[in-house]
Design a protein around this ligand. Sequence first.
Ligand code: HEM
Length: 141
Amino acid sequence: MLTAAQKTLVQGSFATIAPIADDAAALFYRRLFELDPSLERMFRGDMKEQRKKLMQMLTAAVKGLDRIDQLIPVVQDLGRRHAHYGVAEKHYDTVGDALLWTLEKGLGSAFTEQTREAWALVYGLLAGVMKDAAREALAVA
Ligand code: HEM
């Protein structure tokens, strides 16, 4: 479970990144495609738009930690859409690694061990909900 202190760490550190959201997202995708070049071809749209969508969704998710009951269905929908993008379960680990790496770059010394742990937990929760919803959607389809 996420503690109140961990929630505060995630929300506070994300607020620090907010002013450089587009740069942070660009860094994230660069790192992601470095970690797994095969993922690049899955992104078919305009990457500027994609960066914006990613950061908007992360903003909503981080804010949504205050209202988990409202956040869950949104993340389930996101997971179901990702099943249709051809995203597989193993890809979630790579995205998680790229995300933590980006936060470390963006936050520098403010990215403490506790902050890393809190983000790893939050990402794990989001990814878990997405994967479960995707698995169900694929089983039905
Ligand atoms: C917490 C995890 C993730 C978040 C918050 C997230 C967020 C988003 C958002 C907001 C979109 C825009 C379209 C939509 O809303 O459906 C999107 C599209 C996409 N995401 Fe994710 N995503 C996550 C995980 C992943 C993973 C693990 C992959 C695997 C490589 C991935 C690959 C893609 C692809 C391929 C698209 C579609 C791009 C296109 O239409 O060209 N995402 N993602």
